[in-house]
Design a protein. Structure first.
Ligand SMILES: Cc1ncc(COP(=O)(O)O)c(C=O)c1O
Length: 403
């Protein structure tokens, strides 16, 4: 037997791990309602805009199948810098590094910053790679609490109590996955005030859902920071509806010039992995440079599906939810004791009996996500209604069975 590394066998990705039993059911001929994956393309009416697809195709037709510059195609870096600057900070094209998605950017940032014994302080619950990757560099992810009864807002006391010199990255995901919480200016300022006391700490601002803010209060963290170093993350996956293109970026906001060495390390890592996909970058460029009016209708579809879910959840015994301010997720609380104690059992039994697939909350944080499930609310209204009918009868049936 060839031995596997500990770092590989420690990796878990709950969102895709639950797909394995779902595929087995599909292989038996069952149709599954999949509300597990944050991929808008998997749902009707939320296609990548035509002009972006055309730009991607035209790039291929022009023969642009070669490697591109390691930090990104200059025109795209410029367009991203303009877009970030419009969010309220002075971003230059040299601050922008294009990657194969935010996910690759995270791996590069972790590789450049983390050492044995260092820590990442991330919200709990959170998007799984924030927990999975740091351990590969001998670091550890510590969770700060999001308040479950207060729309999952950040618990600043908890953040304060967990900060120390070993915390090299303080993460904010805004809007948050999986809770949908949106942090506004006051909260971001509180986070910055804490980070200011720790000179070795950089803030990661994962703003990949920033164009899907229904609260109107989402703000760029870089735009509010006058001294704390921030790495803003964003890309084509969510707001531009093209996750399979694998294009995202990191943008460095370094108001007090403390990231010079780090920038050099990031650039070395970026050069060593060559570049991001060339035609996909051209597709994203078209999205940034063209009229964005199309976003209104996409966003209003997402919003009406959100409302349907909130209305249905309010009427189902055994479910509760804090209304999300952004993104396209709901983190639904299971109030029946049996399920609140074992959310994964709920997810697996719901899948087996009702053919509805959601993700167990404990997959986003074994402690702080337990007793919940995450629902992606992008399916069409009829599918969502059917899913809720089935969830309702599942809960009812198991309650009366008194197991
Ligand atoms: C908070 C967050 N960051 C990053 C990503 C992935 O981004 P990308 O597709 O650019 O790798 C996701 C995907 O679900 C996410 O929820």
């Amino acid at each position: 037997m060839i031995p596997v590394s500990k770092r590989a066998s420690a990796i878990e990705y709950a969102i895709r791990d639950v797909v394995v039993p779902a595929m087995a059911l599909e292989a038996q001929g069952h149709e599954i309602i999949k509300l597990n994956i944050g991929d808008p393309i998997a749902y009707p009416g939320l296609a990548t805009p035509h002009h972006m697809v055309e730009a991607y195709k035209e790039s291929l037709s022009r023969g642009e199948s070669g490697y591109s510059p390691s930090y990104g195609i200059p025109q795209l870096r410029k367009a991203i810098a303009k877009d970030e600057s419009a969010k309220g900070w002075n971003c230059s094209e040299n601050d922008v590094y294009v990657c194969h998605g935010v996910t690759e950017a995270l791996q590069i940032i972790f590789a450049a910053i983390l050492e044995e014994g260092t820590k990442v302080l991330a919200p709990g619950p959170h998007y799984p790679p924030y927990m999975a990757y740091p351990q590969m560099y001998g670091a550890q992810t510590i969770e700060y609490a999001l308040k479950p009864d207060d729309v999952w807002s950040m618990d600043f006391e908890d953040i304060n109590s967990k900060m120390d010199d070993d915390v090299r990255l303080l993460v904010i995901i805004n809007p948050n996955n999986p809770t949908g919480n949106v942090a506004g200016e006051d909260e971001i300022n509180k986070l910055l005030a804490i980070a200011k006391n720790w000179p070795k700490c950089v803030i990661i601002a994962d703003e990949i859902y920033d164009g899907l803010d229904f609260s109107g209060k989402q703000k760029s963290v870089s735009s509010l920071s006058s001294s704390v170093p921030v790495i803003s993350l964003n890309g084509v996956s969510k707001v531009y509806y093209a996750p399979g293109w694998r294009i995202g970026y990191m943008a460095l906001h370094d108001p007090t010039n403390v990231m010079t060495d780090l920038r050099d390390g990031l650039e070395r890592l970026l050069r060593s992995r060559l570049c991001a996909s060339t035609p996909a970058q051209m597709g994203y460029l078209a999205g940034l440079e063209s009229d964005r009016g199309w976003m209104i209708s996409h966003k209003s579809k997402v919003q009406s599906r959100r409302q349907l879910c909130l209305d249905r959840i309010a009427k189902i015994d055994g479910l509760e939810v804090e209304a999300p301010g952004g993104a396209f997720y709901m983190f639904v609380r299971l109030t029946d004791k049996k399920w609140s104690l074992d959310d994964k059992d709920f997810v697996l039994k719901l899948l087996a009996e009702e053919h509805v697939l959601v993700v167990h909350g404990s997959g986003f944080s074994s402690q702080k996500g337990a007793g919940h499930f995450r629902l992606v609310y992008l399916a069409d209204e009829a599918t969502l209604s059917t899913a809720f009918d089935r969830i309702d009868s599942f809960l009812e049936r198991h309650r009366s069975a008194k197991e």
